[in-house]
Ligand binder design. Structure first.
Ligand SMILES: NC(=O)c1ccc[n+]([C@@H]2O[C@H](COP(=O)([O-])OP(=O)(O)OC[C@H]3O[C@@H](n4cnc5c(N)ncnc54)[C@H](OP(=O)(O)O)[C@@H]3O)[C@@H](O)[C@H]2O)c1
Length: 294
């Protein structure tokens, strides 16, 4: 009997320790940082905005869908009433939209400490962007590349004036390993012949890594205080599989959920926290998102 009671006690203490917000310590930055986050209307991007807002960062969300962006902002403000969050329209698959965003942002003369290039699509059928470029390559790489280029001078200035190291983060994927046998098909980017959505996604994610490596090298060479990193966030239940036919990719999400649960991983914990928060979601779109995390 005593053994059962003590096991139950340990179990509930363990659950409390993991799921209680009281154990989540978020340290604020000592000075306000300014961040541009693209792909902020969903999944990993939305959660990153929330966590950075918690740390006192002024977050500028670059989103192609203004109402979805406003919705994420409302959820963040509900949780963190003094959060500083702005929403600006940005379509990463359109060079003119990227130029408009950068012009608009640069004209505000705001400092810029952090740029998170997160927007992405995966496994889409062959499509050309409005600039006539294969959609994965246009959105996942060229859009990130152009935006970074247009915001870089401001970031360099901020790093120099504030003496705070800038951060450029490019959200890539482990799928960089699954690309065409040539790696990046530079001379056949827009070739529908032999197109495979999984390889097109991998190709764009390989380009992310090469971009991060080269930019990092150049900035070091110029002795600029900005670090550049590409990362794989892990397999996370988000809307990324939306182009997969079967139930909006829900089968994939279900498998990820089962894998996380059986592994008892941190990802599962983040998933549950996010799920609880979805009770305050402000529309159906948000409530369909089960999970995000790193
Ligand atoms: N989830 C995973 O398991 C996983 C694994 C490896 C890598 N990643 C990478 O993580 C990043 C975030 O993905 P996620 O999992 O959070 O997926 P998600 O929920 O689908 O989020 C993707 C975000 O990118 C935005 N986006 C897509 N195309 C855009 C465009 N043309 N212009 C502006 N924004 C655009 C989406 O906006 P809308 O809401 O308007 O569509 C959304 O906010 C992606 O780069 C993805 O490749 C994810």
């Amino acid at each position: 009997m005593w053994q059962i009671i003590s096991s139950l006690l340990i179990y509930y203490l363990f659950r409390f320790a993991i799921f209680s917000k009281r154990f989540v310590k978020v340290t604020k930055f000592s000075t306000v940082r300014h961040e541009v986050q693209q792909g902020a209307s969903s999944g990993i991007g939305a959660e990153t905005c929330r966590v950075l807002a918690l740390r006192g960062v002024h977050v500028i969300m670059g989103v192609r869908n203004a109402s979805a962006g406003a919705c994420v902002k409302a959820v963040i403000i509900k949780e963190i009433p003094n959060a500083k969050v702005d929403v600006m329209v940005l379509d990463l698959s359109s060079m003119s939209s990227i130029r408009n965003f950068a012009e608009n942002f640069n004209s505000q003369n705001l400092p810029l400490n952090i740029l998170i290039n997160n927007a992405g699509i995966a496994f889409a059928p062959f499509t050309l962007s409005e600039d006539g470029i294969e959609l994965h390559f246009a959105t996942n790489h060229l859009g990130h590349f152009l935006l970074t280029h247009l915001l870089l001078e401001g970031m360099k200035r901020t790093a120099q004036e504030t003496n705070i190291e800038g951060r450029i983060i490019i959200v890539s994927s482990d799928s960089y390993k699954l690309t065409y046998h040539e790696g990046i098909r530079f001379d056949r980017i827009n070739d529908e012949l032999g197109y495979k959505s999984i390889l097109a996604y991998g190709q764009s994610k390989l380009a992310n890594i090469l971009h991060a490596q080269e930019l990092s090298k150049q900035l070091k060479h110029e002795d600029v205080k900005i670090t550049v990193n590409a990362l794989h966030p892990g397999g996370i239940v988000t809307n990324i599989m939306r182009y997969q036919g079967f139930l909006d990719g829900s089968s994939h999400n279900m498998l990820l959920g089962i894998a996380s649960a059986s592994a008892g991983s941190q990802r599962q914990i983040l998933r549950r926290q996010q799920y609880n928060r979805s009770k305050i979601s402000c529309d159906r779109r948000r409530s369909r998102e089960e999970a995000v995390g790193f």
